[in-house]
Ligand binder design. Sequence first.
Ligand SMILES: [Zn+2]
Length: 143
Amino acid sequence: MLLAIILLAQFIFHQELQPLPHLEITEADIISVLAEYDVVHENGQLFCQQFYGATNFSTKTIALCAKNDSSQQQQTLLHEVVHVLYWRKGIDTGGPYDAAVDAKSKELFQRYFGIPKTATVEAVKDTIPVNATPPTQETAPQN
Ligand SMILES: [Zn+2]
């Protein structure tokens, strides 16, 4: 009996974490969360030592640590918004799912605040000096 319990416990704890279902997130989704939830800024040492941000689904409050810089707060806000969007679908993304939520929020942060790929290409082009020597031309072999 004890062995059965131990095996059952091992089975439960070693079960693979199911991946989060894909969720397409639009600007409208983000705005709808921000219209529904209060965003508050926490200055408390205790809060900021423990969290970048936290969401309370029952009071519909998203708290951000105000001591972080604005870009960290923006990323944290997106992270909390992702939690809310999954929560609306009936999926609790607490605990082990936090890393997946974080990856999703980083994707969103890159989408809205990151360097666009085309701009990167232009920036690279701009580094080529204008008066650069043209590549040496092959000379035709002389007979
Ligand atoms: Zn989280």
